[in-house]
Design a protein around this ligand. Structure first.
Ligand SMILES: Cc1cc2nc3c(=O)[nH]c(=O)nc-3n(C[C@H](O)[C@H](O)[C@H](O)COP(=O)(O)OP(=O)(O)OC[C@H]3O[C@@H](n4cnc5c(N)ncnc54)[C@H](O)[C@@H]3O)c2cc1C
Length: 408
């Protein structure tokens, strides 16, 4: 039995702690705000099993200028953040080749394959199996041009095992009657799922861990001194093994250890409408506009956007409002009033691959971060993979594509 410290009480850190407890270790989770707001708490709740093609896929770069010049478009960049972002952007551009896209898609497909094998038992164990809705999702298109443009990407996904089927606008409305006539085409993704409430999963995981003697401690980690983490508040936790799962802040911690990680906050927004007057069976993805609508327990959550403005800039909720206005075009009967707005930091790498594996400097330090848009989807599997490494069982998956050493 080893003494293990996990930094970060988001879905990735708690999933790692969960698997490490099952392996019989003694765990302490340290987070500067264990129960507070974080990406894992307010995300769209989608189990995005088909999200395996990198964001930098060929063709995307040509669309970036148009997105940037649209003040409320899906992508925005704070100019003063540009110097910090440049190495990340350079790597993003370099990832946009056909060969890289193929390589990354293959790696993400291997991570996606065991997704439900890891998620379902974990939800069962914490008493939330009823919160997983395996009802599929629809990716909808308002133009034939957009639909045809994405065909190659869907073909690539199919080659790597994603089940998806083209539909007409009429067929999409038969599945989701709330959709208006704007929808011309759709892709049905039957293996997609959504959860009732991402926050409930975190709350139950923390509770389950506490009942098994795991300390979930408050503290902001500012130093790694030998085999102990030290917090700003003066706390110190010794470890035999350390897991870094600090989301968008993980690059700062990797730096303390001497590793380089290109991970940025890709800020996303959403609005949860408590009385949307629209009923959805499953999640709807507005692919040409880069946002989604998910029917959660507390209402309809409409979210998306990718804003690169660092970790400290205050939120610009005009982005959340613009997504609700766009959603109204797709759902004519949507009641857009009374929503709660939210912003979260997606931990995003330039090649879309998370970092899962051992530090290149210290054999007893492990990384689990950088899941971007799919941390809820791939978090439970990442937790198991980390436990395999820490416990020394040998990994059930080739982790080479996820190594931190790829950043030099
Ligand atoms: C708008 C939006 C919608 C999304 N929708 C989906 C979706 O539908 N499906 C999906 O799979 N994913 C989705 N995501 C992505 C998903 O939410 C993230 O990938 C995931 O939550 C990341 O989890 P994490 O545990 O790595 O990080 P986080 O949840 O950010 O947790 C990191 C934790 O580390 C702590 N921490 C950081 N630094 C320190 C430090 N120095 N000391 C101590 N603690 C520290 C923080 O306090 C935080 O609690 C969405 C994200 C956003 C923003």
């Amino acid at each position: 039995m080893a003494e293990i410290v996990v930094i970060g009480a988001g879905i990735v850190g708690l999933s790692a702690a969960y698997h490490l407890v099952l392996d019989g270790h003694r765990i302490t989770v340290v987070d500067r705000d264990p129960t507070g707001d974080k990406a894992s708490l307010g995300n769209a709740g989608g189990i995005g099993i088909s999200e395996i093609v990198p964001a930098s896929a060929p063709g995307v770069l040509w669309r970036v200028p148009g997105w940037l010049f649209d003040p409320l478009g899906p992508l925005s960049l704070k100019l003063s953040h540009l110097p910090v972002l440049l190495p990340w952007l350079w790597r993003f551009v370099r990832s946009g080749t056909t060969a890289e896209t193929e390589r990354v898609t293959m790696a993400l497909a291997t991570l996606a394959r065991p997704c439900y094998d890891d998620l379902v038992p974990m939800l069962e164990t914490i008493g939330l199996s009823g919160d997983l809705h395996r009802v599929g999702a629809l990716s909808v298109y308002e133009t034939t041009k957009g639909f045809l443009r994405d065909r190659a990407e869907w073909e690539l996904k199919r080659r790597f095992g994603v089940v998806c089927e083209e539909m007409s606008g009429e067929e999409a409305r038969e599945c989701e009657p709330a959709l208006g006539p704007i929808v011309q085409h759709a892709i049905s993704i039957p293996e997609w799922a959504h959860v009732s409430d991402p926050r409930a999963i975190l709350d139950r995981l923390r509770q389950w861990l506490s009942q098994r003697g795991v300390g979930v401690e408050r503290g902001e980690v500012v130093a790694i001194e030998g085999t102990a983490v030290r917090t700003r508040e003066g706390g110190s936790w010794p470890f035999d093994a350390l897991v870094v799962a600090a989301g968008a802040w993980s690059g700062q911690i990797a730096k303390l250890i001497g590793d380089r990680a290109l991970v940025e906050s890709e800020r996303g927004y959403n609005t949860t409408l408590p009385d949307p007057q629209v009923e959805l069976r499953g999640e709807v993805i507005f692919t040409e506009r880069n946002f989604v609508a998910t029917p959660l327990a507390m209402g309809l959550r409409i979210g998306g956007a990718a804003e690169f403005a660092g970790l400290e800039t205050p939120p610009n909720f005009a982005r959340a409002k613009s997504l609700v206005a766009l959603a109204k075009r797709y759902f004519p009967r949507l009641n857009p009033h009374g929503g709660t707005e939210w912003m979260g930091h997606r931990p995003t790498t330039p090649d879309t691959l998370p970092v899962i594996g051992r530090s290149s400097k210290r054999r007893n330090i492990f990384y689990a971060f950088g899941h971007g848009h799919t941390g809820l989807t791939f978090g439970p599997t990442t937790g198991r993979l980390i436990a395999e490494l820490v416990t020394g069982r040998g990994s059930s998956l080739d982790l080479a594509p996820f190594a931190i050493s790829r950043f030099g």
